[in-house]
Design a protein. Sequence first.
Length: 115
Amino acid sequence: QAQLVESGGGLVQPGGSLRLSCATSGIYFGNYIMGWYRQAPGKQRELVAGIRSNGSPNYSDSVKGRFTISRDNAKSTVYLQMNSLKPEDTAVYYCNARWLDLNYWGQGTQVTVSS
């Protein structure tokens, strides 16, 4: 059974940093495209960053240059390093694993950027 467990969220001041982690189990991690999505209150869930099995990343324009996605295939874990955080980055962040017709989500972790 696939499990994705996010951690690392919290309250941070504008300009601060957080590192999210998503530990997976029950999947062959190396095959999967991994992604981080976020959903702010009253808004649709949006893709923040993704990383292919070969390590190739992509980012939304809103986080490019501030966020870095990475993966450790040996640990079956994907990370999101978030720097220069802004109040508009406040949202629940979700980890996603996708391969062929398989698509799994974590339970989400809250990130709040506020002074």
